[in-house]
Design a protein around this ligand. Sequence first.
Ligand SMILES: [Zn+2]
Length: 497
Amino acid sequence: MAKISIDDMAGFCKKKGFIFPNSEIYGGMAGFFDYGHLGSELKKNIKDSWWKYHVQDREDVIGIDGTIITHPKVWVASGHVESFLDIMLECTKCGEKIRADTFIEEKLKIAADGIKADAINSLIDDNNLVCPKCSSDFKKAEDFNLMFEIQVGPKKDSESMAYLRPETAQLMFTDFKLVYDSARAKLPFGIAQMGRAFRNEISPRNFLFRCREFEQMEIEYFIHPDKVQECPYIKEMLDYEFLVYSASMQDNKKPAGMMKLKDALKNKIIKTKWHAYWLSVEHKWFCDLGVNPKNLRIRQHLKEEKSHYALDTWDLEYNFPFGWKELQGMANRTDFDLRQHIKHSKKDLSIFDQETNKKVIPYVVAEPSLGVDRSFLVFMFDAYTTRKDEKGNEVVVLKLNPKIAPVKVGVFPLVNKLEEKAREVFDLLKKEFTCIFDRSGSIGRRYARADESGIPYCVTIDFDTLNDKQVTIRDRDTAKQKRVKIEELIGELKKLI
Ligand SMILES: [Zn+2]
């Protein structure tokens, strides 16, 4: 559990140059954030790591990069025009607009996700709930579509109306046949995409957790509809262990428990091998990049939470300072999306199965769908620790995994006289790693600044360096130091990083 609140994290991110409030000099825009010099590097490293792990290191996942604006019929077919809604409450007096489900959850301490407007109205009446700002009554609850509408081209009419995409996923369905044919794909295979998405949230909150502009990393994984239980990769993950919180544990008020994937399958807690496989793969990506497995759990959706088309849905959740929250929803979506696009486009999106000599519409067995910004928050919270410096002041040590740390090496001359030699070392290292050069302040201050920026290794050049051609490497997490020859420095750092 993180030792810092979400507001303090936002303050820390701003101070260090990870994240700034967008257009702050004009008063800011709620739900929009800019990434600073450290944040943009960390975000890029997160995205690169995701792409490498999910696309480049795999034979069975193919990447695409589609547009943000697309034919509006895509969002009719996907169901977003009709049902991508939140329910809004508006105050009769001060006009304050708030999101109904989160308001109900906070006030009445009940689960209100997916609850309909009528039910909201009764709850408001029965419990005499009023505007949190001015204590006046609300108007009747209303549906509010979360898609941003825009005009394409010079005319301002309904014909030229389109949307900013609310998710990256639909292009994996609209481009499905093009990808399948051009990449000569064979089932099972996935299509991956990352990019920006937009949701006109009624009340964005919790810093990066719920933004209006954000980035996603998504995969739609297609399998033969008759082969739901045939996952050729499951063996690699059978002994993988994670914290599992099934629907029955939730119903029976039992705590989540550590479980091996093979036991979750044997006891039919996770229904299909494919679903279990992808849950463990996604969990592992976070853990491989340093997230403590105790702070991650997989939680099954309760019957009333599940979408109508989904056979089974699990969320990967993280233990944020404001509670366990969804990082990644993973539904078994069957052929719902492809069928919707077949119906609305009137195009044949089925593929020919050579084994059975029949046309089939593939099933999406899992859709690992992750927010870049939410992942960013997870890595920040999980890395955030503090230590006492020599004067007894508390300083932050951001223990980011070296693989994603925005800066890998800090280079410091012990005193300014040694700057020339230190520059030589810096020039050598910056060809291989992202580095910073810092000559100002005591060496202790420079270490502390590096620790706060999550820099895993610092290299110090001292007077002995001039004679023995050795430098000191300091480890951020242990503060341990060791002497290394300059000619062996790159190799040594590569080993560490
Ligand atoms: Zn009010």
